[in-house]
Design a protein around this ligand. Structure first.
Ligand code: NI
Length: 165
C-alpha cells in the first residue's frame, strides 16, 4: 500500500496532457493499486493519474467511496449519447474544500481498456457520466474550475493559496 501525494491547484503539472498507455504492465498494475489507495485515503470517488504526477491515461473510480465499486479506465474516451446537460456540484481532490456547479452532458458512451488491458464499452448516466468526464478532463490538463467564470476561479485560487500559507 502506497499513498501518493496529490497535486493541488494551481500546480502547473495539473495542466500537462497525459500520454496513452501502450502496454498494460506490472508497473501499470502497481500504479493502479497505489492510485486506489491514494483515492480511498482521501475519501475520493475518482482519481486521474495526472493528479499524482504520472502523466499516463489511467483513471480509477469508486462511486461508493468505500472500496466496494472499484473501476479502472485506461486510455478512456467518450462519445456523447445525450448532450442535454445536467448540473452537478463537483469537487476535486486537487482543489480541496471547493464545490461548484458544473453542467455536463447527461449520457455518454465510454470506451476504454480495463485493468487487464481488454477493451470495453459502457454507457454512463448520472454520477458516473459526471465523474468520467471530470477525470478525462484531468488527463487533458483541464480542471472543473475552468468551467467557472474567471472571477470565481480567481477567488478559489486566492482562497487555496491562503489556506496553504
Ligand atoms: Ni478532480
Amino acid at each position: 500500500m502506497a499513498i501518493m501525494s496529490i497535486l493541488k491547484y494551481p500546480d502547473p503539472r495539473l495542466r500537462l496532457k497525459a500520454a496513452c498507455v501502450d502496454n498494460v504492465t506490472d508497473r501499470t498494475q502497481q500504479l493502479i493499486a497505489d492510485m486506489f489507495d491514494t483515492m480511498w485515503d482521501a475519501n475520493g470517488i475518482g482519481l486521474a493519474a495526472t493528479q499524482v504526477n504520472v502523466h499516463e491515461r489511467v483513471i480509477v473510480m469508486d462511486l461508493a467511496a468505500d472500496g466496494s465499486e472499484p473501476r479502472v479506465f485506461i486510455n478512456p474516451s467518450i462519445k456523447i449519447i445525450d448532450a442535454t446537460c445536467i448540473p452537478y456540484d463537483e469537487g476535486c481532490l486537487s482543489i480541496p474544500n471547493t464545490f461548484e456547479t458544473v453542467e455536463r452532458p447527461s449520457h455518454v458512451l465510454i470506451s476504454a481498456l480495463d485493468q487487464q488491458g481488454t477493451p470495453f464499452e459502457e454507457e454512463a448516466t448520472g454520477l458516473m457520466a459526471v465523474c468520467i468526464q471530470h477525470e478525462i478532463d484531468h488527463l487533458d490538463g483541464k480542471l472543473f474550475v475552468d468551467y467557472l467564470s474567471s472571477i470565481k476561479r480567481q477567488r478559489i485560487r486566492k482562497l487555496l493559496k491562503k489556506e496553504r500559507a
